[in-house]
Design a protein around this ligand. Structure first.
Ligand code: HEC
Ligand code: HEC
Length: 317
């Protein structure tokens, strides 16, 4: 048994080590002219969420472990709710644990919250429903369903020890600086061919060997036009901090923006909020510099129902 004094000595030692590492990180050399973006998986990442495998051997622990399986193998665990070739963990990396890849434990203490996208207070489950609808191009499980209860149990279990309302820097994707030059899909195509196509395929469709090995980035089996990843700024931030896999933070800020606009200028399933016309849908949901929906790029009429795969269809997942 540790005494209270031993425990505070351990805590103080840990804090000192953390501060030392943080100072070393701040003092590290930075290449000329390159904006500083903190690599969140480095020394500064202090919160280590517990493993689902260590959750209690009871009904609660079973829900936590089911939640992890849903994040890892979404289509197998919830086939009626997935309309594309993606799993949650393709974007929420390391089973929703990786700092800087929208980790679910960092999200959890921030719900319920108001969300501009749907103009209402979102419970954690409602927020997860939106990723089923847009990122997974599917039909969301009902609030209070076994699936959403399990996903919430997993997130809550990992968030143990965090304070309610605490928005940590690990949450979401690390902020990316503005691009030095306006982003450009032509330059992005070159980055894509050199640094991404080997895994995600020249046609962006990813690679499947029985199951998805490399997830699709565009086309009928990818996220739809309503997804966060379909907005250029979010994609750029995700890509810079998390891709190419195994070489995170190696792209320049400019390359990350350029490849993001290249990916988000391709065909993908319709925005499920589509109403009346492409122009009306753009005006209602995409009227900003970070969405190419409703514009024409290299002869592709993005969002045009004549060229765009429908939303919410299970396409060979
Ligand atoms: C070595 C293979 C590899 C390379 C190279 C690579 N990726 Fe990925 N990428 C992956 C894998 C694997 C995942 C899913 C990660 C997981 O499930 O753990 C992924 C996920 C993604 C996702 C989110 C999921 C999706 O399908 O939308 C995006 C976006 C992405 N990569 C973009 C890129 C871009 C842009 C590049 C080039 C700069 C790139 N990747 C290079 C392997 C790679
Ligand atoms: C194509 C990529 C992608 C896939 C697949 C995906 N998400 Fe997301 N998710 C995002 C993006 C982008 C955000 C917004 C991150 C941000 O704005 O910081 C997000 C945010 C979230 C959040 C809120 C995070 C926060 O900090 O507020 C939750 C919860 C979530 N997703 C759950 C899920 C679940 C559950 C699945 C699978 C059913 C899933 N997501 C699949 C891209 C994806």
């Amino acid at each position: 048994m540790q005494t209270a004094m031993q425990r505070s000595a351990i805590l103080a030692g840990g804090l000192g080590l953390f501060l030392g590492c943080a100072l070393m990180w701040l003092a590290r050399p930075v290449p000329d002219g390159e904006p500083v973006v903190a690599p969140l998986d480095a020394e500064a990442d202090v919160f280590a969420p517990p493993l689902a495998a260590d959750a209690p051997q009871d009904a609660w622990g079973a829900a936590v472990r089911r939640g992890e399986r849903l994040i890892q193998n979404t289509a197998a665990e919830a086939p009626a709710h997935v309309g594309n070739g993606l799993a949650c963990r393709n974007c929420h990396l390391d089973g929703g644990r990786k700092a800087g890849a929208a980790p679910l434990w960092a999200a959890y203490p921030n719900f319920p919250a108001f969300r501009a996208k749907n103009q209402t207070i979102n419970s954690f489950q409602k927020r997860a429903q939106d990723c089923f609808l847009y990122s997974m191009n599917g039909v969301p499980p009902a609030l209070g369903s076994d699936e959403l209860n399990a996903i919430e149990a997993y997130a809550a279990y990992m968030a143990q020890g965090l304070r309610l309302g605490e928005s940590l820097p690990e949450r979401g994707f690390p902020k990316i600086a503005a691009p030095p030059l306006p982003f450009d899909e032509g330059r992005g195509a070159v980055v894509y061919a050199e640094q991404c196509a080997a895994c995600h395929g020249e046609d962006g469709a990813g690679q499947t060997l029985g199951e998805t090995v490399y997830p699709p980035l565009w086309g009928a089996r990818s996220y739809n036009w309503g997804a966060g990843m379909a907005t250029i700024d979010k994609a750029a931030a995700f890509i810079r901090a998390n891709m190419p896999q195994g070489m995170e933070n190696s792209l320049s800020v400019q390359q990350a923006w350029d490849v993001a606009v290249f990916i988000d200028s391709q065909h993908r399933p319709q925005d499920p909020r589509f109403k009346d016309s492409v122009a009306a849908t753009r005006a209602a949901h995409h009227d900003n510099g970070f969405s190419r929906y409703g514009t024409e790029v290299d002869g592709r009429k993005l969002g045009d129902p004549g060229q765009t795969p429908p939303s919410g269809f299970a396409v060979g997942n």
